[in-house]
Design a protein around this ligand. Structure first.
Ligand SMILES: Cc1ncc(COP(=O)(O)O)c(C=O)c1O
Length: 389
């Protein structure tokens, strides 16, 4: 099957990269950095954008500014990329793993309530795959209990809840521009916020403790160097021009694929609350039921040429890193189920043309029905079902 490659670039990236190459500033002080920070923060409806060289250090930076450290707890979902948890550990605090909702695969507000202790300082909302968490419920919990809401929006460029973009619900939102993300420069990250004090601290810490308008060699706090390079910003500016159209195409293709598979009850899709008004579809996440083996399903898709991933192999707390590191684990039966039955398609599948989406639907239908057929043959009491080809 013919899927567009990812990442993808054309003459526009080359043109902007050439401008950097031919300039005397390849580092973090090229005007492209500020231009991209302004444009992306505005796109996310935030007042400030502070770029960095990846979306892991931006989480660590945000937690540092919030004063999170030893003795503090941060509630994170049991299902996410490891940085959501290790950022907490790296600042010396304790990640508390809470379960996800069965349908949305996102942090469950009720499980968050149960995980709160006097040591809890932050709730980290990860918008998994690009589908927004229930930010209303999580925001209310944080407001009631005096906690910070921090959005790990690494998957959520352009994601919206009731017309409001990811990154605007908590104190800040952390984005990643890593190789596979829907907005990518290979490696990169950004914090967006509308809190001027938070933004000022973030910018200063990420830039060696410098202060605006002061001498280059005057350092006002113990900072570090998290600066993004001009090459990263050049690529991001070009990629950013295509993002809105790509989101529109992925949204249309996700709808089409789901419609084509409406009658295949064995496949369920990640649920989105009605308040979700935009999903960038970093991942199209589904799950299998009625005895369909996720492993056989994913293998059949791979054989048919459809890129897919059989979900994360572990809940975050099952990673070897957390066998020894300090953490607290709440009961997570839903996360454990999803580890066994869920899968995702990467976003480039949804950038394919319409005939290819029809072929993807056919491959998915076959991957399910083939198994029903084998199951039916094994059980002679059932009528024989013809496999769909
Ligand atoms: C949910 C989540 N948070 C954080 C990160 C870290 O981003 P980066 O790879 O840019 O460090 C990722 C990266 O894949 C992610 O998926």
């Amino acid at each position: 099957m013919n899927f567009p490659p990812w990442p993808q670039a054309d003459e526009r990236e080359a043109e902007l990269l050439r401008m950097v190459l031919e300039s005397p500033q390849w580092g973090g002080f090229h005007p492209f950095i500020e231009e991209f920070e302004h444009s992306f923060a505005a796109y996310q409806q935030s007042a400030f954008g502070i770029s960095a060289f990846n979306g892991t250090v931006t989480l660590e930076l945000a937690l540092t500014i919030l004063g999170i450290g030893p003795g503090d707890e941060v509630i994170v979902p049991a299902i996410s990329f490891v940085s959501s948890a290790t950022a907490v550990s790296r600042v010396g605090a304790v990640p508390v793993f809470a379960d996800i909702q069965p349908g949305s695969f996102n942090l469950d507000p009720q499980r968050v309530r149960e995980a709160i202790t006097p040591n809890t300082k932050v709730v980290m909302a990860v918008h998994f795959g690009g589908a927004m968490c229930d930010v209303e419920a999580l925001g209310q919990i944080c407001a009631d209990r005096g906690l910070f809401l921090l959005e790990d929006a690494a998957h959520a460029h352009g994601a919206e809840w009731a017309g409001k973009r990811a990154g605007t619900f908590g104190v800040a939102g952390s984005f990643s521009f890593q190789n596979g993300k829907v907005l990518s420069c290979g490696e990169g990250g950004m914090l967006v916020t509308s809190d001027a004090d938070f933004a000022g601290q973030a910018r200063s810490i990420a830039n060696c403790g410098r202060a605006p308008g002061r001498s280059f060699y005057e350092h006002h706090r113990i900072g570090t160097n998290f600066r993004m390079s001009a090459f990263q910003a050049a690529v991001l500016l070009a990629q950013f021009e295509r993002l809105p159209d790509q989101i529109t195409l992925r949204t249309a293709n996700a709808r089409l694929l789901k419609r084509l598979l409406e009658d295949v009850g064995e496949i369920g899709w990640q649920e989105q609350p009605v308040a979700v008004t935009q999903n960038p579809y970093y991942l199209l996440i589904g799950r299998l039921s009625r005895g369909v083996s996720r492993e056989s399903f994913c293998q059949a898709l791979s054989l048919a040429g459809v890129p897919n991933t059989p979900f994360y192999p572990h809940a975050l707390y099952e990673n070897p890193a957390y066998q020894n590191a300090a953490c607290r684990v709440m009961p997570c039966p839903v996360a454990k189920d999803r580890i066994r039955d869920a899968f995702w398609l990467p976003h480039r599948v949804l950038l394919a043309d319409e005939p290819t989406i029809h072929r993807v639907a056919g491959a998915m239908r076959n991957a399910v029905r083939g198994q029903c057929f084998v199951g039916a043959l094994a059980d002679e009491s059932l009528p024989v079902v013809e496999p769909v080809r």
